[in-house]
Design a binder for this molecule. Structure first.
Ligand code: GLN
Length: 448
């Protein structure tokens, strides 16, 4: 049924880069056998999922929506893929994204744009735009995305679905193609909050292959799905409700907060005073890490190689010039500049210091509240093409999602209403380290 739905709907939406029909049918048959025999059945057995094309999948092309990896077929699985396979999930295919996860609209894909299922003239958000659009278009039951500066939460908000960025270290990054290693996390995008809990249950946990994954027990997150918010303090950060916030979007977010209050939550105001420096700090830290991570694409191993280069240096230069798109090149240049000899103190070190101030802001805010509620984005989904010519404008749209990554705390986007034109609005929830259960509880009550 899902494969038929993909054939019928995906030509309009463009969420998929690769549909793995044969594999999906084989996995579905294996799941049927497990279910018939009542053997190793989990809540994900037989559930058809889409996977962002940034996660390595054994034997299945993994492109990162880049010409550089157009023909890359990994000989191994990302750890999260092994875990989904062990749970009996079915993979329908690989989903579109901004090239190497750099972007906020999925317009930076080297292959094609993805459209927002609610308005085909608008962007689905990014960089996990394919993952959010596919869930919204019902061309998969749930998906995995990755979030370095908002790439799960922002497209989830724009497409009217649930998206969760776990605590840094909660989910293994092994086999997740690296963008900015100190910020990247894998997480679920789903139709509802319960599905997100079930997916996180399956993918979370320590992995010896990722030294930054934390050896800490994984609770059953569905236990956090309890009715009522009695005794829960919800903090509203003043700095997130400011001029520039779309009025209809703000009204939907405030209505969501009121709903939590009616369910027993106590609403308090909190401050995140350094959030105004988050975009500037992020756009130094992320490109700095990216330029280092992307140095491996050398035209020699598993990548695009330019034809007829005269010598080795020429081959490196031409391969990278031809195969990387403009946004990826922009990041490599910014990152290389920021890390140049003599500039470290002025840029990278300063950005790291700002990062510490942001960590301290959250620590202080969480003394006064248990969970923070805020908008995910300043505006609803914008039109395709509207911001492609203005990278700074595009970067500024990340203002509400980035500080969560800089601090490493978990964040979630939950639908909280629509604009007059019918565009979905997301409400963002944030919690202290490993406070995913708090996010699930608040999100569940918001959904009721
Ligand atoms: N939009 C941000 C960027 O372009 C975040 C991307 C992400 O989270 N992968 O870097």
């Amino acid at each position: 049924a899902y494969l038929d739905r993909i054939s019928a709907v995906d030509p309009k939406v463009g969420a998929y880069l690769t549909v793995t029909e044969e594999l999906a049918l084989a996995q579905a048959e294996a799941a049927d056998r497990r279910l018939a025999e009542g053997r190793d059945v989990t809540p994900l057995t037989g559930v058809p999922l889409g996977i962002k094309d940034v996660l390595c999948t054994r034997g299945v092309r993994t492109t990162c929506a880049s010409r550089m990896l157009e023909r890359f077929v990994p000989p191994f699985n990302a750890t999260v893929m092994d875990r989904l396979e062990a749970a009996g999930a079915v993979m329908l295919g690989k989903l579109n994204m901004d090239e190497f996860a750099m972007g906020s609209s999925t317009e930076n894909s080297a292959f094609h744009v993805t459209r927002n299922p609610w308005d085909l003239e608008r962007i689905p958000g990014g960089s996990s735009g394919g993952s959010a659009a596919a869930v919204a278009a019902r061309t998969c039951a749930g998906s995995l995305g990755s979030d370095t500066g908002g790439s799960i939460r922002q497209p989830a908000a724009h497409c009217g679905v649930v998206g969760l960025k776990p605590t840094y270290g909660r989910v293994s990054r092994f086999g997740l193609v690296a963008f900015a290693s100190s910020l990247d996390q894998v997480g679920p995008i789903t139709r509802d909050v319960t599905d997100a809990a079930l997916l996180l249950n399956a993918i979370a946990g320590h992995d010896p292959a990722d030294s930054t994954s934390v050896p800490r027990e994984v609770p059953d997150y569905t236990r956090a799905l309890v009715e009522g918010m009695d005794g829960v303090r919800v903090g509203l950060p003043r700095q997130f409700f400011v001029a520039g916030l779309d009025p209809e979007l703000e009204a939907a977010v405030r209505a969501g907060v009121r709903a939590l209050e009616e369910r027993g939550a106590q609403v308090v105001e909190v401050d995140l005073p350094h959030n105004e420096y988050a975009v500037a700090a992020y756009y130094l830290v992320a490109p700095a890490e990216a330029c280092s991570n992307l140095s491996r694409y050398d035209g020699v191993r598993y990548t695009y190689r330019a034809a007829e280069a005269g010598n080795l240096i020429e081959m490196y230069k031409r391969s990278r010039s031809e195969a990387f798109g403009p946004e990826v090149k922009r990041r490599i240049m910014i990152g290389t500049y920021a890390l140049s000899a003599g500039y470290y103190d002025a840029f990278y070190k300063k950005a790291s210091q700002v990062r510490t101030l942001i960590v301290e802001d959250f620590a202080r805010a969480f003394e006064a509240c248990d969970v923070i509620a805020a908008p995910v984005t300043p505006t609803p989904a914008f039109r395709i093409g509207e911001r492609v010519g203005d990278p700074l404008q595009m970067y500024l749209s990340d203002i509400f999602t980035i500080s969560v990554n800089l601090a490493g705390i978990p964040g979630m986007s939950v639908p909280c209403g629509r604009t007059g034109a019918g565009l979905p609005v997301g409400l963002q929830l944030m919690a202290p380290y490993f406070g995913e259960d708090r996010l699930f509880r608040a999100a569940y009550n918001l959904e009721r």
